[in-house]
Design a binder for this molecule. Structure first.
Ligand code: FMN
Length: 357
């Protein structure tokens, strides 16, 4: 039986264990031009005992930013600033991938430089509101991406992947989950296109496949992972009429690329997870569905049972910098405080104590 405390080879990179830190936006990139800060380096270095750290969502382009104070990987200034984060994590023995998150229609013009507006697959606004720093605002109708806009978006992801490697990251995770741009293209309610980038399953999966291909060409498939979250979402207004057909076709198309991993943010459907697990010949990271609760120590069984190769923890890792040691000891665990999840200072960020500390 394999346990989470055994090392694993992730496409040539040795991970010390199979406990990953799930990507979590913290909105504290107060450095110039949406760049990371020394406090962010401290936060990630504290969590370097994870087998793999996946960073918060990082915008691959200016227009890909949908929340205040999220960091980017599209300028030289950002690349330089990320080096302090990757350097601190490596010094502490960790492995770190940057999650490339283009938020698409989830966002607002007030978060963007003058004249820019959120973009999307189709001019269909998400229902709901977004936090902007000027209070909550209704989502706007996004600008429909043209063929040229799609080509630019793919190029932006590839450039951000190159920037990630230049900044010292071990790889990138493409965010194809949770209702952001790539997931919007996969969905049936945000993607109403009738050209080659929508309509059929083949059309809707195409952008994700092309972005993955471009990122793999840019930095090597062994450095590229993908996160998906098949199904209908309680947030970001994502509807998939056919999650199984869409995601099985997506995994079929991606498998030959030899990516580093597939990361499933499970909503409810364990059967679909098991089906995708069978289809995917590479490493599978699972953030299991835990309705009404956060992923806890029970999730360790998923690796022992072979459901996944690696299990990722979000909120519990946020609150427990030494989570693998605590899992090995059977606890105790600090409780995450949602009031300090987004924005702010070191409180609720770097001041959660380690065991004995
Ligand atoms: C504060 C916070 C921020 C998050 N930001 C992201 C994000 O940037 N990208 C992403 O893919 N998921 C994000 N998530 C979702 C988590 O990765 C994870 O899937 C979710 O918290 C459920 O897992 P858990 O029960 O282990 O926390 C976020 C979750 C939290 C709590």
């Amino acid at each position: 039986m394999t346990t989470v405390f055994e090392p694993i080879d992730l496409a040539g990179t040795r991970l010390a264990n199979r406990v990953a830190m799930a990507p979590m936006t913290r909105s504290r990139a107060y450095g110039p031009g949406a760049s990371p800060t020394p406090l962010m380096a401290e936060y990630y270095a504290q969590r370097a005992s994870a087998g793999l750290i996946i960073t918060e969502g990082v915008q691959p382009s200016v227009v890909g930013q949908g929340y205040p104070n999220t960091p980017g990987l599209h300028s030289r200034e950002q690349v330089e600033a990320w080096r302090q984060v990757t350097g601190a994590v490596h010094e502490a023995g960790g492995v770190i991938f940057a999650q490339l998150m283009h938020t698409g229609r989830i966002g607002h013009p007030v978060l963007l430089p003058d004249g820019l507006a959120p973009v999307g697959a189709s001019p269909v606004a998400a229902s709901g509101q977004v936090f902007t720093g000027e209070g909550m605002k209704d989502f706007v109708t996004p600008v429909e991406l043209t063929e040229e806009g799609i080509a630019d978006t793919i190029a932006d992801f590839a450039a951000a992947a190159r920037n990630a490697v230049a900044a010292g990251f071990d790889g990138v995770e493409l965010h194809g989950a949770n209702g952001y741009l790539l997931h919007q293209f996969l969905s049936t309610n945000a993607n109403r296109r009738t050209d080659g980038w929508g309509g059929s399953v083949a059309g809707r999966i195409r952008l994700v496949v092309e972005v993955a291909r471009a990122a793999a060409e840019a930095i090597g498939a062994h450095r590229v992972g993908l996160r998906i979250s098949p199904g209908n979402h309680p947030y970001n207004d994502i509807v998939e009429d056919d999650p199984e057909a869409t995601h099985t076709a997506l995994v079929d198309a991606l498998d030959p690329l030899g990516l580093a991993y597939l990361h499933i943010g499970e909503l409810a459907d364990r059967d679909l997870t098991l089906r995708l697990r069978k289809q995917w010949s590479g490493t599978l990271i699972l953030n299991p569905a835990t309705p009404g609760a956060v992923t806890g120590p029970d999730a360790l069984e998923l690796v022992e049972d072979g459901v996944a190769d690696i299990v990722s923890f979000g909120a519990l890792f946020l609150a427990n910098p030494d989570l693998p040691a605590r899992l090995a000891a059977g606890g105790p665990f600090n409780t995450p405080d949602p009031a300090t999840f987004y924005g702010g200072d070191e409180r609720g960020y770097t001041d959660y104590p380690a065991l004995g500390g």
